[in-house]
Design a protein around this ligand. Structure first.
Ligand code: GLP
Length: 248
């Protein structure tokens, strides 16, 4: 894995935004896989700024988001769809038909997962997938456990994950849905390039295991080791448990 370490979270965000901007310039119809969470917020702010300055054009791009809570529709204040509207979609020139999202309010959630998987296939696959990492090592909403599901599927959220996402639900973990829909690790690993982003000391133990540990469903991020083009964008704190040797 190609590990890049930056002094500050702001530097991570601007390097990432530049990376996305370069991808858009090289391939205007690039298919982007996008994450939610606190980690990408500053990257999205920088992309909005670059777009406003006329430096980034999303006109032909296509996006797929990683995951969504079950039982919430796109207009729900806690939905990832709303998060994306606020942080990116409303401020850039992405046509609605080019934005792809799992519908957490679909009547048949299993059919919704199949539809999403087929839609990704139909566009020819994801070119550049950006990923955050949960404090428990989850990727998208692929939670640690005895086994992982390869394709887009329904997930029961870990209690720690519900607590970590409480801010979207008025700070109350009990309001966070118990289930979600998520691309599977197999879906994610099919992307041509993966970029995992992590900031802060809380992520450091998982990042160390992601790079140096064994492949295990108990740390879904460890499966990134199988990918031929996986890049890690870390700030110093997230990288604090890596030795020089492991970074090389
Ligand atoms: C949620 C998302 C993940 C994301 C994680 C990390 O659980 N489903 O895709 O990586 O949050 O969140 P944060 O960036 O806030 O630490």
């Amino acid at each position: 894995m190609n590990v890049k370490i930056f002094d500050t979270p702001a530097q991570v965000a601007s390097a990432l935004a530049r990376r996305v901007a370069d991808a858009l310039r090289e391939k205007p119809d690039v298919v982007l896989g996008l994450p939610t969470g606190r980690t990408p917020v500053a990257m999205y702010a920088e992309l909005r700024r670059l777009h406003a300055a006329g430096e980034v054009d999303f006109g032909r791009a296509v996006t797929f988001n990683l995951d969504e809570f079950a039982g919430v529709d796109a207009s729900h204040a806690g939905s990832f769809r709303r998060f994306m509207e606020q942080h990116l979609f409303a401020a850039v020139n992405l046509a609605p038909q080019r934005i792809h999202f799992l519908n957490g309010a679909a009547a048949d959630l299993d059919a919704e997962c199949k539809r999403y998987e087929q839609e990704i296939e139909a566009t020819g696959g994801i070119d550049l997938q950006i990923l955050g990492i949960g404090a428990n090592g989850h990727i998208g909403f692929n939670e640690p456990g005895d086994e992982l599901v390869s394709r887009t599927h329904r997930v029961t959220l870990a209690e720690t994950t519900r607590r970590d996402n409480a801010a979207l639900f008025r700070g109350d973990p009990s309001r966070v849905p118990r289930e979600a829909l998520s691309m599977g690790m197999g879906t994610i690993l099919k992307a041509a390039t993966l970029i995992l982003v992590a900031m802060g000391a809380r992520k450091a133990p998982c990042i160390e295991r992601t790079i140096n540990g064994p492949l295990t469903p108990h740390l879904p991020a460890s499966f990134l080791q199988l990918h031929r083009r996986a890049e890690l964008y870390l700030d110093r704190d997230a990288a604090s448990l890596l030795t020089t040797r492991s970074v090389r």
